[in-house]
Design a protein. Structure first.
Lengths: 101, 472
């Protein structure tokens, strides 16, 4: 069983405030789920461990991912305004945050 | 003639022949939503003003006498994780309760270009995390075939809207089965395209290595029309590729259909098994060759999937910080407090669960045992399909081991919920396309046949699905 302290530690890493009740629930849920993951220990993946194969992407699709050119893309000026307007706290067209230091 | 029963082509022909207008059809759908959605709960928002404006614009195009596209004037609904400019996009979460989309998703841009009419935004599990739409922070979507049962998830609102004739079609998204499972439960057609076939720009991300947008429709023909409209390369999604749906059609005669033995093992409801076996028999009678195959890595798929997804969730959902958009609690003294409180209040139980699992799996000392191992197993699962498609053209299987379950039945058992993805998530881990086709019913409850194809073989899947559709 995953401990209460472990849940608190992960929650802090994830920037998530949890109530006492939530921590208790997560202890139970996470333990059951992490136990289930142990099934993967049986899967023989030595082939990848040995040849250090590239595990990223879906290259088996037979098509390559293509990045677009590194250039500015024209967007209406209203978009910037829309994006700033979505911020809960803003001032003079800027997003406002609390002091960090 | 009931306008709500017409397919996309039938609507198109009706517009052409001036039998009815888009405004009339749109009003009929809005009326139906008002009449029935109180019971079903497929919609989080009805965009009536937008819909009527779009319908009027479509009618202008139609009456101009020029050619117009098949989707022009046809009313649809959109899963609420996909952005429609100027409308709310909640992703089913309280953290985005008042979030208004600042731009259109690429699929919406493409639909609008075709003259589509958007009726509203559909309910979903919070951030598309779930198999029943019970995880929505707003409401539970009921199954139109039995209101005591779930609609499936996470695109449950979309599936229920199409099934209840509250939209001619809908756009959903599929990460582990979120289009196919609700399509199966509600008796509609749902296509999960190949990874990369449709741009995800403007879809609120859950697990980026798996997320795909796809159509949910009344018929296979409708699904094909929608897929053609939304697929293809988009500079704003680097995983999207140049892709044109092959025009060739395929017949059941001589087709090699693989049937994976692992998908008929323990856990499947015998009544579901019978419907799927009957469907396979029908294909055989029509001249298809049935070939038993094995996908031996199936047993690891759920564990693999539920490591990869939460890991990506923990990263993707870091953007909800109480600063840029969405719910914010500014009561604390410093920036950290804003993060902790905004996220603690804004996220529901399942996103929190996944954020924690993902953070755990990616944290120092655990990465190799979880995330790396899961990526390796993902490759093995992909290999299963590569091998299978050397011997067969398509694979037939159930979509779900059971039909729609009772609301509340699995609510407090996350693992039982996760296991519902057993036949749908391996497809995602392999990145291949698959479709859910209504194949029969157990009492009132629809059961979907899953037709899986090789990468970018949507045309084959859709052709075969259309052939099968005639046999049911």
């Amino acid at each position: 069983m995953i401990t209460k302290e472990e849940v608190q530690h992960i929650a802090k890493l994830a920037r998530l405030e949890l109530s006492e009740k939530e921590i208790e629930n997560m202890q139970k849920d996470l333990s059951a789920i992490l136990d289930y993951f142990r099934l993967l220990e049986k899967a023989n993946t030595r082939i990848y461990a040995d040849n250090n194969a590239d595990l990223r992407g879906n290259e088996k699709r037979g098509k390559k991912n293509e990045l677009r050119g590194d250039e500015a893309v024209g967007k209406p000026a209203s978009l910037a305004n829309n994006l700033v307007q979505a911020a809960p706290d803003k001032k003079d067209g800027y997003v406002k945050v609390k002091a960090i230091l | 003639m009931d306008l709500l029963d017409l397919t996309i082509k039938e609507l198109h022909d009706g517009f052409k022949k001036k039998q009815f207008t888009s405004v009339q059809v749109t009003k009929a759908y809005l009326e139906q939503i008002k009449k029935t959605d109180g019971k079903i709960g497929a919609y989080l928002a009805i965009t009536e003003k937008l819909a009527l404006e779009q319908a009027e614009a479509a009618d202008k195009i139609i009456s101009s006498g020029k050619d117009f596209s098949l989707l022009c004037g046809v009313p649809c609904s959109i899963k609420d994780a996909i952005l429609v400019e100027g409308e709310k996009a909640t992703a089913g979460s309280k953290i985005l309760e008042n979030y208004v989309a600042p731009y259109d998703a690429t699929v919406i841009v493409r639909l609008k270009k075709q003259g589509a009419v958007i009726l509203g935004k559909n309910n979903l599990d919070e951030f598309a995390m779930g198999v029943s739409t019970e995880n929505s922070a707003y409401k539970v979507t009921k199954n139109p075939h039995d209101l005591t049962r779930v609609a499936g998830g996470s695109s449950g609102g979309s599936a229920a809207a199409v099934a209840a004739k509250e939209a001619a079609y809908s756009i959903g998204s599929d990460t582990g089965g979120s289009i196919r499972l609700p399509a199966s439960f509600c008796g509609v057609v749902g296509l999960n395209p190949t990874y990369g076939a449709v741009s995800r720009y403007g879809l609120i991300s859950m697990a980026s290595s798996l997320d795909q947008i796809g159509p949910m429709a009344k018929t296979v023909e409708d699904a094909r029309i929608i897929f053609e409209a939304i697929s293809g390369k988009d500079p704003f999604d680097a995983t999207s590729v140049d892709y044109k749906l092959e025009a060739k059609s395929y017949k059941l005669e001589g087709l090699r259909i693989g049937v994976p033995k692992e998908y008929f093992a323990k856990g499947i409801d015998p009544k579901v098994e019978k419907i799927i076996k009957d469907a396979i028999k029908k294909a055989k009678d029509a001249g298809a060759k049935i070939i038993p195959i094995s996908l031996p890595m199936t047993q690891y798929a759920i564990a693999c999937y539920y490591i990869i997804v939460p890991s990506e969730v923990s990263s993707n959902l870091a953007r909800f910080d109480g600063i840029k958009y969405g719910h914010s609690n500014q009561s604390g003294n410093n920036l950290l407090d804003v993060y902790l409180k905004s996220r603690g209040e804004g996220f529901g139980r399942e996103p929190k669960r996944r954020i924690l699992i993902g953070t755990y799996a990616l944290s120092s000392g655990y990465y190799d045992a979880y995330y790396k191992k899961a990526q390796e197993v993902k490759k093995l699962i992909g290999q299963d399909f590569v091998k299978a498609f050397k011997k067969v053209d398509v694979i037939f299987s159930p979509v779900s081991p059971i039909p729609a379950f009772k609301i509340g039945e699995k609510k407090d058992d996350p693992l039982a919920m996760y296991l519902m993805d057993v036949y749908t998530c391996p497809v995602k881990l392999a990145g291949v396309p698959a479709l859910s086709l209504p194949a029969g019913k157990i009492g009132d409850l629809p059961v979907g046949l899953q037709i899986i194809g090789n990468h970018f073989e949507e045309s084959k899947i859709l052709s075969i699905a259309a052939e099968m559709e005639k046999l049911f």
